[in-house]
Write a protein that binds this ligand. Structure first.
Ligand SMILES: O=P(O)(O)OC[C@@H](O)[C@@H](O)c1c[nH]c2ccccc12
Length: 263
């Protein structure tokens, strides 16, 4: 059953984009996107430095297909501020409504409440969604290698550059990683979770990160829930993380984040 979830999500995204286009034509979105470039916060810089410290992208996620409701009525603004106080490098906000109960309003509320760069976390299958992200003031978008052709990956990376928005290129396998390297991805998210089966194995990022080139930033994503997980990754040379569920469900997300970062 889990195996076709990714296909369902992608099919849904295509319908969603088609519907959005009829409401807001691409030309209008393009104009909006171009007026936002001056407001951008650098997602890349936030992750690049300081090199010797743990850097965490803290996620705002209400629900997911694998877990159901996680924290369906969370307060995105309050959580963004707690994450910022706890030392987050950046935020990730789910903007998919159908499967994750998120939306653009969450992204806006979170970004307006803090000074951190914000990643639009969604299933990007069209350039339209990248213009949308830029128009909403997002600082970065997720590009999932598994759901894109080589040509789309290359086109979408180029468009991100053009719009001054960063891309977090998500991989799960060696061949995904090769495709990410081919487009010169600077920030590579290694998802420990297989998006089709939901199996999560935190060894995935540790073993794949060894294959990254110099100057590429590895971000271990999914299934990180303790300082012990972080320390294990640090030994493997990974010091950047994308963390959702364990932060969203923590009694005190600020304190928990501080503890994860250590030092
Ligand atoms: O909640 P977790 O296990 O800490 O995982 C966060 C993040 O990695 C996960 O939400 C994620 C990674 N890649 C995705 C792609 C789409 C949606 C969600 C994701």
């Amino acid at each position: 059953m889990a195996a076709d979830i990714l296909d369902r999500i992608v099919a849904h995204k295509k319908d969603e984009v088609a519907a959005c286009r009829t409401q807001t034509p691409l030309s209008v979105l393009k104009d909006q996107a171009r007026t936002k470039t001056a407001n951008r916060r650098s997602f890349y810089e936030a992750l690049a430095r300081p090199a010797d410290q743990v850097r965490i992208i803290a996620e705002i996620k209400r629900a997911s297909p694998s877990k159901g409701d996680i924290s369906a009525d969370l307060d995105p603004a309050g959580l963004a501020q707690a994450y910022e106080r706890g030392g987050a490098a950046a935020l990730s906000v789910l903007t998919d409504r159908a499967f994750f109960k998120g939306g653009p309003a969450d992204l806006l509320a979170a970004r307006n409440a803090c000074s951190l760069p914000v990643l639009r976390k969604d299933f990007v299958i069209s350039d339209y969604q990248i213009y949308e992200a830029a128009a909403w003031d997002a600082d970065a978008v997720l590009l999932i290698v598994r759901i894109l052709s080589k040509q789309q990956l290359s086109e979408f990376s180029g468009l991100c550059n053009e719009l001054g928005i960063d891309a977090l290129v998500e991989v799960h396998t060696e061949s995904d990683l090769a495709a990410a390297m081919d487009v010169g991805a600077a920030v590579i998210g290694i998802n420990n979770r297989n998006l089709a089966s939901f199996d999560t194995d935190i060894e995935t990022a540790m073993s794949l990160s060894a294959k990254l080139g110099a100057g590429q930033i590895a971000v271990a994503a999914s299934g990180i829930s303790s300082r012990k997980d972080i320390e294990q990754n640090l030994k493997a040379g990974i010091s950047r993380f994308l963390i959702g569920e364990s932060l969203v469900t923590a009694d005190d997300p600020e304190k928990f984040l501080t503890r994860l970062i250590g030092g």
